[in-house]
Structures are given as C-alpha cells and as structure tokens.
Design a protein around this ligand. Structure first.
Ligand SMILES: Nc1ncnc2c1ncn2[C@@H]1O[C@H](COP(=O)(O)OP(=O)(O)O)[C@@H](O)[C@H]1O
Ligand SMILES: [Mg+2]
Length: 280
C-alpha cells in the first residue's frame, strides 16, 4: 500500500508532518488553542500541525479533552484563546455548515445516525453541498431534480461499496449491526467530500477482526481520496498501525507529539497513559 508511514519531517519548528506533504501547507494548523468550562481549562495551549494527506492520532486517558478538541475544530465550542487554520483559512466565526463546506467532516464518539432512515438516505444527508437544486425544482420534480437524485443515488452506492455496505443500502440504519453503523457514519461523513475527516473513537465496541477491517478501510480512504484523517482512539493496535503523527493529551495539555515509535517509547506517555503492559 502506498503512502503508509512516510518519514516525518519538521515544519516551522511547530511539529512534524509527513515528508510527502512537506511541499504543501498543512490541512490543519492549530495554535495555542484553549477552552475553559467554568473553572476547568479542558484544552490548554494545544498546538498541532497536520499534513494534507496525513493520518494523525489523538490519544490520551478518558476526560483528557480529546473530544473537546474535535468540538473546537468544528465550532461546537468557541475557543477561549488560540486559533485554527483549516486549509489556510481561519475557522473563527464560521458555522458548522460553512466548516463542512470548507472541507471538515466528522463522526461522533456516540453514533449519531438517523436510525429510522435507510442506509442510503443517511449517506445522502451527508451530501449537503455539490448537489444544490432549488426548492421549486424539488417540489415540481423537474428533470434537474431527477438528475440530482440519480447522481446522489449513484454516488451513495459508490461510497457504500467502499465499505462493503452497498447491498444494505435499503436497510434501516438502526437495524444494522453495531460495527456497520460505525462504518456507515464514516461513509456519511465522506459524502460531503471532506479534505479532513475527524473520527472520534471509530473502533469503540468493535471486535479485533472488525477493528482490523476498519484499519484497512481508513488507510484505503486516505489513499483513494488523498485526504487527511485525524482520529481519536483507544485501540493501540489501530493507532500505532496507521497513524503517522500522534499527539498525546493529558488533562487538556499535549504531553508528547511524535511518530508511533517515539510515542510508544516515551516514558512520560507510558506513565500517563499507555502503562508498561501496553508497550510490550
Ligand atoms: N460542554 C462541557 N461543559 C463542561 N465540561 C465539559 C464539556 N465538554 C467537556 N467537558 C469536560 O472537559 C473534559 C474533557 O472531556 P472530553 O473532551 O470529552 O474528554 P475525552 O474525549 O478525552 O475523553 C472533561 O473533564 C469533561 O467533563
Ligand atoms: Mg471523547
């Protein structure tokens, strides 16, 4: 498989990105990001770069602030300090929809599908742009509406097929096995054609063989679409197997950044998170 575990190179003294991305600006440039909830600083001075086609990992104990970072990246929360450049553009003040149009899409730690809708319709919900059609043409079912419908249908099936879900297109999402629901959420996020895909604990609740399959899916996505993927995950076989750069968060602060090899042998990370057992 191409592009896997490229050499990482330093960029502007701020972090490391894959060597193959070094000629282009990072997809994500996060500087000194902080957020306070009441008296709690949930994310503290978070600075990170992610390369254009990097698979990046964000790990750390429960409550460390990982999901909060995703919520800051998608403007669910407003940073108390710091800023975020997504593909060179400041994300401040943008709506979630605008950010999606700028190229960021995510999945959630707790699955958020429309369980009463079919698998295919869940994917179509993700196609919020690129298929614009007027309300009038939709109401009147004009030919342009049918063409859009047709294109969306074909695209949804293509995307589902990447995850071997195409034959379940007409199943209600709520009736899918759990692992398939998690994968469908990724397909839905992909439907918006993101440049950066954020996955919050994609392997949570999966068995080892499902996790292995997911790992191959994630790699395939990056290779197929040439996008960046940032994932939060506790399954170290997945994180260490596919991430190129990893940041470790503890009590809202980054305590280490580096390659999987560096992270696994970092005594501070072992002490705070991995434990002695995990690295054997
Ligand atoms: N909306 C919120 N209001 C208050 N505290 C919050 C909010 N969201 C998260 N937190 C707190 O921020 C900390 C980090 O939470 P979270 O980002 O969910 O951790 P992780 O994803 O690493 O497990 C926790 O102490 C959590 O209780
Ligand atoms: Mg979380």
């Amino acid at each position: 498989m191409k592009n896997v575990n490229s050499n990482m190179v330093p960029l502007d003294g701020l972090g490391i990105i894959p060597e193959r991305d070094a000629g282009t600006p990072p997809i994500l440039d996060i500087r000194h990001l902080c957020v306070d909830f009441g008296g709690l600083r949930a994310v503290d001075d978070f600075t990170l770069l992610i390369g254009k086609t990097e698979i990046a990992g964000l790990i750390g104990p429960n409550g460390a602030g990982k999901t909060t970072v995703f919520n800051l990246l998608t403007n669910v929360y407003k940073p108390t300090e710091g800023h975020i450049l997504l593909n060179g553009q400041d994300t401040r003040g943008k709506s979630m929809h605008q950010l999606n149009q700028l190229g960021i899409a995510r999945t959630f730690q707790n699955i958020r599908l429309f369980s009463g809708m079919t698998v295919e319709d869940n994917v179509k919900v993700g196609m919020s742009h690129g298929y614009s059609d007027s309300v009038l043409s939709a109401m009147l079912r004009l030919p342009s509406w049918w063409r859009t419908e047709r294109r969306q249908h074909i695209r949804a099936l293509e995307l589902l097929d990447l995850f071997n879900l195409a034959d379940k297109a007409n199943t209600l999402a709520g009736n899918l096995p759990y692992g398939d629901q998690r994968r469908l959420e990724i397909v839905r996020a992909l439907a918006s054609e993101p440049k950066l895909l954020l996955l919050d604990e994609p392997a949570a609740g999966m068995n080892p063989s499902e996790t292995q399959g997911l790992m191959e899916n994630i790699r395939m996505l990056r290779d197929e679409f040439n996008i960046a993927i940032m994932l939060i995950e506790h399954d170290m076989s997945l994180v260490m197997g596919i991430c190129e750069g990893i940041a470790v968060l503890n009590y809202g602060k980054i305590i280490a950044k580096g390659t999987p090899k560096e992270i696994q042998s970092n005594p501070v990370v072992i002490e705070a998170y991995l434990g002695e057992e995990a690295v054997k």
